[in-house]
Structure formats: structure tokens, C-alpha cells
Design a protein around this ligand. Structure first.
Ligand code: GFB
Length: 315
């Protein structure tokens, strides 16, 4: 990827897209093209066509998506499947029509079956039923993978499907109704600390296990794959994670310690646990030469610092 190549980052203000933009800028890429969702609605087929006709990017990072935690997925299943399918269809198809050299499609670890053998290898895709709390989102992401592979096979494109584990970091969503667990707990413990609340509610039993990747590590992997990996024909998808997981209870204790909250945690089993475990097998990415760098405690400290600097009115 030439340093002056035109690179489109779809979703450049979100958690993933903003990290990819930071990484590209830091690495010396000078010709980035971005649009906010107000400027370009990626679910609008005509708008996306016009954008590609005008900008004709050489490379595309497809990080735009409707995402959210377990509650948002349950409340808005239609939005999650419709918006993600529409965004993917429009961007992937126009990337093909305008002869984009490479496209990197950001998927999710929830594409794998609920009871897949752990750690989950890329080959376990479509080998069993999905987790019900996020099935519409997962089906959309699976369609995106299959679309990349079908276009590669039929049209000779070089579209790379990448499956990150649960992500966190700067620019995450801290809204308690729609956030993922890690930013939600940062906010809950922070607010409880400054308001001297005696307890913090943790959803579910605390027993599910999750793997968390600092988003700058995903950005590094994404740029690395764009530069060094080719996914022609039926080339496989690639998992990106740390290869390590912990229980939600352990995560809550870690965040509480980092924030310095001294109250108690109250588990609410009326809230869903979701999938019992989703740990990625990251050996394929490691064989290609990439490995996660940021230890979880360090990533949480950085994210908490970002939260207090950027959302100071909270609490
Ligand atoms: O991060 P999360 O919302 O989504 O929840 P998933 C992970 C676990 O943390 C669940 C528990 O067992 C939650 O019950 N949890 C505890 C909490 N306290 C909280 C809280 O305050 N907020 C939230 N949100 N959870 C999502 C999928 O699944 O993962 C998406 O729904 C996507 O589609 C994403 O794949 C990466 O890890 O269960």
C-alpha cells in the first residue's frame, strides 16, 4: 500500500475506524478520505455509488457498522440486521465496481456457533446454531464474509474478512443501554465512586468468559493485513484477538481496582449472560506475523483516562 494511495475509512468516527485512522496517519499515509454519517448515509445505495464515482479510493477499510452490547442487540434486532446488510452490500459492491485494490471487512467473533469448541478456529464458521441474543447481527456479518469471498472468487477481488474479538478503547460507546460490558463497567464504577454509591449492578451471573482486545491493536492488525495479506479466491477469514479470556466477574474486579471503587458488586441474573464463552484461536494471525501487544490492565487504564478526559461531565 503506497503512502499516497487513496484510502477510504468507512466509519472513521467510531471505535474501530478512528483507531485505524490514527494508525494510518501515524504510519505516514497522507491521502485518507472519510465522510461522516451526516455527509454520507452508507445505507443509501445511490449515495454510496456517487461517493465511489467521485473519490475512486484505492483501498477501503470497512469499519462502519451498527454495533452494540447484549441489550442493544436484543432491543433492535431489525436495525442490526438491516443496517449492517445495507452498509456491507453498498460498500462491498461499489468497491468491486470501482476496482478497489483491497478492502478489509471488519466482522465479529459472534459469527461463530454458540457452543463452538474453544478457542474458536476460523473453520468453525457455520458448523452450529448461533447465540440468540445477537443472531441478526451475526447473520449480517456472516453475509459480509460470504460476500467478500464470493466477490473474490467470481470477480478476482482482494477483499479480506477480519474477525475481531470484543473490542474496547478510546471513542467507545459509554451509553449504559447500548454499550458493551467493558465501557459500561468503566462508567458504572466511575460514577459509583464519585457519587459514593455502596454497590454497582453487574448484569448476568458474572460467569461468562470474554476476550478483550484494545482497539489500537486491531488497527495495527488491520493495517498489517492490508499491507501484507492477500485474500484472493476463497482465501480464509482471519481472527484477531489476544488468545486470552477471563470471566465477567474477573473483569469487573479488575476495572473496580483500576478505578479505585471500594463498594460491592451486585450480580443481576435477570439480565442475560449471552454466550458462555467466546475465545478466538489467533494462531493464523500469529503465523502471518501479528500479535496483540496491549495487556488488558494497561488498555483499561488508557480507556479510563480517555473517558475522564473526554466525557468529564459524566458522573
Ligand atoms: O459486552 P456485552 O454487552 O456483549 O456483554 P456480548 C458481555 C457480558 O457482560 C454479558 C455482561 O454476559 C453481560 O450480561 N455484563 C455485565 C454487562 N454487566 C454489564 C453491563 O453493565 N453492560 C453490558 N453490556 N454487559 C456482544 C454482541 O455480545 O458482543 C455483539 O451482542 C457483538 O453482537 C459484541 O458481537 C462483540 O459479548 O455478550
Amino acid at each position: 500500500m503506497d503512502f499516497t494511495a487513496k484510502i477510504y475509512i468507512a466509519g472513521h468516527r467510531g471505535l474501530v475506524g478512528s483507531a485505524i485512522k490514527r494508525k494510518l496517519e501515524k504510519s505516514g499515509y497522507t491521502n485518507l478520505t472519510c465522510r461522516t454519517s451526516q455527509e454520507l448515509d452508507l445505507t443509501d445505495q445511490r449515495g454510496v455509488k456517487e461517493y465511489f464515482a467521485l473519490e475512486k479510493p484505492d483501498y477501503v477499510f470497512l469499519a462502519a457498522a451498527r454495533v452494540g452490547g447484549i441489550q442493544a442487540n436484543s432491543n433492535f434486532p431489525a436495525d442490526f440486521i438491516y443496517q449492517n446488510l445495507a452498509i456491507q452490500n453498498n460498500v462491498i459492491h461499489e468497491a468491486y465496481r470501482y476496482e478497489v485494490k483491497k478492502l478489509l471487512f471488519i466482522g465479529s467473533s459472534c459469527i461463530y456457533p454458540k457452543f463452538a469448541p474453544q478457542p474458536m478456529q476460523e473453520d468453525c464458521l457455520l458448523t452450529g446454531p448461533l447465540e440468540s441474543t445477537n443472531e441478526p447481527y451475526a447473520v449480517a456479518k456472516i453475509a459480509g464474509i460470504k460476500m467478500c469471498q464470493a466477490y473474490n472468487r467470481q470477480y478476482g477481488t482482494n477483499f479480506i474478512p477480519v474477525m475481531p474479538t470484543n473490542l474496547y478503547g478510546p471513542n467507545d460507546n459509554f451509553d449504559l443501554d447500548s454499550a458493551h460490558v467493558l465501557p459500561a463497567l468503566i462508567r458504572k464504577f466511575h460514577e459509583a465512586k464519585i457519587q459514593n454509591k455502596p454497590e454497582v449492578e453487574i448484569w448476568g451471573t458474572g460467569r461468562p468468559r470474554r476476550e478483550f482486545l484494545y482497539v489500537d491493536d486491531l488497527a495495527e492488525a488491520s493495517v498489517f493485513l492490508m499491507r501484507h495479506y492477500n485474500c484472493q479466491n476463497t482465501g480464509p477469514l482471519i481472527n484477531i484477538g489476544t488468545g486470552e479470556d477471563l470471566t465477567i466477574k474477573q473483569l469487573a474486579e479488575m476495572i473496580s481496582d483500576i478505578i479505585g471503587y471500594s463498594g460491592t458488586m451486585k450480580y443481576n441474573p435477570d439480565r442475560p449472560d449471552g454466550t458462555p464463552r467466546k475465545l478466538l484461536d489467533v494462531s493464523r494471525a500469529q503465523r502471518l506475523g501479528w500479535q496483540a501487544k496491549t495487556p488488558l490492565a494497561e488498555g483499561i487504564k488508557k480507556t479510563y483516562a480517555w473517558y475522564t478526559e473526554n466525557l468529564p461531565d459524566r458522573g
